[in-house]
Design a protein around this ligand. Structure first.
Ligand SMILES: [Zn+2]
Ligand SMILES: [Zn+2]
Length: 267
């Protein structure tokens, strides 16, 4: 059993094929899926998907690509959405100094504000950090983020940065790039990270793992990332699957499932 802790099921190319995508995920043992909000409309769509499917859970938040000053209206709506029972985390939020779609000061203040929203909602955070490691770390420290907890999604730093994130009490979430031949730095992180602090994600529809690299990604492909990490650590796949599932359940407070999943959650 596996948990895809980060994907974007509401993106057009995944929505169109939703039934098949969920069936293929179930077939390889991906029994719980967290779909991520990146602005208000996608946050609402994530919640709707979770309401309609027992194995899907949602997050809400404003991605650094969409960073803005939060008006009191937006702030209120985030609080309202965040209280829905299907919402298991706040994010993805963070800094993206690679694309730089929004001015850095705006990204920084938006991250600060949303860490406060997450704190009010008592939700762990999902952090997007692209080429902004030190800046993200500094803000998480300033905000005492260890009190909130969370995951560094699609982790992309080296082991030295990884240790600093682990020191904050955060989990490292590993995505498809760990399967790429040139990803030695990330593979080293996946090898060294304590197993009880590791999460798996696809970030679908992006970043499909080998042997699906270049294709449209989907939660079922999580199995390839899990297999890669198992082989890097010289562990049976079952052990990596079981421990990362326990980690996801602990951080995001997901219920146990016994293979029947849907409809039982609200009973
Ligand atoms: Zn991201
Ligand atoms: Zn994402």
């Amino acid at each position: 059993m596996l948990v895809d802790t980060h994907c974007h099921l509401d993106f057009e190319d995944l929505v169109a094929e939703q039934k098949g995508i969920l069936a293929r995920a179930r077939h390889v043992g991906v029994q719980q899926i967290i779909t991520i909000g990146i602005d208000l409309p996608t946050s609402r769509r994530a919640i709707a998907l979770a309401e309609a499917n027992g194995e899907i859970y949602a997050t809400i938040g404003i991605h650094p690509h969409n960073a803005c000053a939060l008006s009191s209206k937006v702030f209120q709506e985030l609080l309202t959405l965040g209280h829905k029972s299907q919402v298991v985390a706040y994010g993805e939020i963070g800094l993206d100094f690679y694309r730089d779609y929004k001015p850095r000061p705006v990204q920084i203040s938006c991250l600060h504000e949303q860490l406060n929203v997450a704190r009010q909602l008592e939700l762990p955070v999902v952090i997007h950090d692209r080429e902004a490691h030190e800046e993200v770390l500094q803000i998480l420290r300033e905000q005492k983020a260890w009190e909130i907890g969370g995951a560094m999604h699609c982790f992309s730093g080296d082991w030295s940065f990884a240790k600093k994130c682990l020191d904050l009490g955060f989990y490292l979430s590993i995505a498809g790039p760990v399967t790429y031949a040139k990803a030695q730095i990330l593979q080293n992180v996946a090898r060294q990270c304590p197993l009880d602090r590791l999460l798996l994600e696809t970030d679908a529809p992006f970043l499909a793992p080998v042997p699906k690299r270049g294709k449209r990604n989907e939660p079922a492909f999580l199995i390839h990332t899990a297999e890669k990490i198992a082989s890097l650590r010289n562990l049976p796949l079952e052990e990596v699957a079981m421990q990362t599932t326990l980690n996801a359940r602990k951080l995001f407070k997901l219920p146990k499932v016994d293979g029947k999943t849907t409809s039982e959650r609200n009973e």
